[in-house]
Design a protein. Sequence first.
Length: 291
Amino acid sequence: MKIQLDFIKFYFVMIGVSMESTEKENDILESLFVIPREVPKTILRNLLELIYDVKVTGSHFIPETGGAVFVSNHTDYLDIPVQGAYAERKIVYLGKYELYHPQDEILKYLNHKNSPFSYPPLSFTKPLVAATLQSLGGIIKANLINWGSMPIIRDAAGESTTMDKRAAMQYYEKLENYMVDLTKEGEILSIYPEGTRSETGEIGSFKAMAAKIAIRANVPIIPSGISGATNMSKPEAFLSGKAFKTKIRYNIGKPILPSEFPQGPEKKAAKELTEILEERVRSLIASPESD
């Protein structure tokens, strides 16, 4: 997909990584280690049902073809696998930088001056361990992208060491255009309008980004609501036994079609659509929608 490749190149430029070496690395990884999406999806769904009591309603409301913006409240890391595993179509997710570079924290420890790997005999194994970690991180990143996710920098001006505020604004503009083009191209893009997970499970105020993308792309926006997942991916939930067979309910609602969007200037229409969307999601958290 050209749009996806263009944005990946832009992303690596912004974080100061040579795309030439990354492309060569990805070519090798994709040919050897990239797993078809249906494999992890099936495993994930079976695993979820083994641990939790998961019930999903309204899957038939997801359009069989064409682009759309898929929104939900955000209560736990579980929200994403529940949504992705039970949707027949591929859902595209925008994930934070750390998910695509899981090796970074370990490498930071490995290279620390007080690390055991700074002294013999472990120091002799350090290059091999570092190369292995880099390769494993590359495999994870390649698979995540292949399965339908994209790396983004959520707080570009704050998290990136290579961007000033002007570059950050350019990044966000490019990111928004990318999301619009992605849905226009026929993909379903998942956005959590709260912008972050709720630690309490209570729904927070929605930001207008999802509505703005749907309006600009002229695609349906699909509301959904999840309940029961809050804190259920944390170790404490497993150690205490609370996670096992806890009820997780995910209700997908009828799409809001472009013909139903509020009219008027884009900013005003996005604000009104966001209010409608938040109300629909609150309702879906409580109960499923009928046909």
